[in-house]
Design a protein around this ligand. Sequence first.
Ligand SMILES: Nc1ncnc2c1ncn2[C@@H]1O[C@H](COP(=O)(O)OP(=O)(O)OP(=O)(O)O)[C@@H](O)[C@H]1O
Length: 491
Amino acid sequence: MDHITRAYLTEILSGQISCVETISDPVSLSLITKEISGFDFPVLKSRQDWIADFGENHCLTNHPTEYHFHCYIPLENNGRILGTFELHNHNHELNAEGLTFCCNIADFIAGLLAVMEERNVYEPNLATPIKSEIINEPKISAFADEKIKQLEQEIEKLRVQLAEYLIFKPEESSEILTHPEIVGSSPEMQEVYRLLNLISSTETTVLILGETGTGKELIAKAVHDGSTRSQKTMVKVNCAAIPPNLIESELFGHEKGSFTGATERRIGKFEQAHKGTIFLDEIGELPIDLQVRLLRVLQEKEIERIGGKTTIPTDVRIISATNRNLLEEVEAGRFRRDLFYRLNVFPLSLPPLRNRKSDIAVLATFFLEKFARKSKRTLEGFSKKALSQMMAYSWPGNVRELEHLIERQVVMAQGPVIRNVEIPGSPEKSLSTLAPVKTIFENERDHIFAVLALCNGKISGQNGAAKLLGVPATTLNSKIKRLGLSKKHIF
Ligand SMILES: Nc1ncnc2c1ncn2[C@@H]1O[C@H](COP(=O)(O)OP(=O)(O)OP(=O)(O)O)[C@@H](O)[C@H]1O
């Protein structure tokens, strides 16, 4: 290899600097090539990792300050690796969220380098290093066309978000965050509110992830309401609910007579959402051919009605949501990787209710008040028993399931306090209906019996039952006698 392109962000005390450089000097190159150009997937390394591998001389950030955490992501465009994106920072080891940020930035930088290469603005085989502060101070804008400017703007937005993310130290914030429309103050929801605050004033494309009923639509609404587009509408499209043959016309509209049954011109959801937000729910269900069209709309920022002859510019913020693991869908070839990166600019994961049990009581009370008001009933709250029933349940349908359950309880309530909640699929168990319970004695006997059978009756030694059970062979022998077990039980 005769050169390597490195785009890097480093955290310094006064803020962030960023630059792209091409290194072709043989001495630095051999060291760098050896170390980072071999990474063909994202790699996180700490300073200690580098020292363990290469000694104290590992530092390759071209900056005198030593950094503690390093992240390297290949800059890949259409299967070609154009260089490496690096982040060097002091404070945090990157978590999954930070890594996604970086992957998104890398994706845009790779796109930018590819366009620059195409336009001859950037020449990867240049013998001398170019040092253009493409991110902070776009010197190349003299040559730059619209596409380059757009990509630069996207990168800049992400860079600012990443900077805010890196500066934030959760342990230093003691303020309990809340939201007027969203109930819950568990640590998991604190993180959701923090991310909501982070994106509220931006135009970022958001991907909301979470199981069914975790509140994805509610959060999408909160993102829209908190944005500068809140005076315009948020148009919702449920990609799973529309028959595949109608979804294109639903999203982009059609001209009269463009297909059988198109008796009128139809304005699609993208046009309806102009200057506002479009919420693409269940995006994982979007057919693959429409994924291509959606990607084009995201890139070109214009749509074409079916049967239309002109393109219509659209200014729409995209929020999408899914309860699928989209990366798995990408790996399985059911979801386009380029679209995934476009949508996943800012991922926001909602925790399932079973992982934030401290919110159950407050959510249940919120719904109790809501439905009591609606049905004009006076209800005061839940008994301890009712609350512990709700706490013990795993809520596969999450907040929506809780909401429906409380609605039913309000209808059926006999007095001002709900004393018993009917958890679905678990009729109240009385002792007489429970399966016979084993005594501790029986449990121990059966367990020892099973392990002895596994070891073919061998008690001591390397493959003996005593070793597996973590007791000395003499103890196991006396237990076997006491429990009345013998070899005949085993073979
Ligand atoms: N934190 C919350 N506070 C108050 N209400 C909530 C909260 N989370 C969810 N809900 C309510 O629960 C119901 C389900 O929420 P929502 O429709 O947003 O879930 P979803 O994740 O979009 O579901 P699906 O994946 O099935 O589309 C709604 O009535 C919503 O208002």
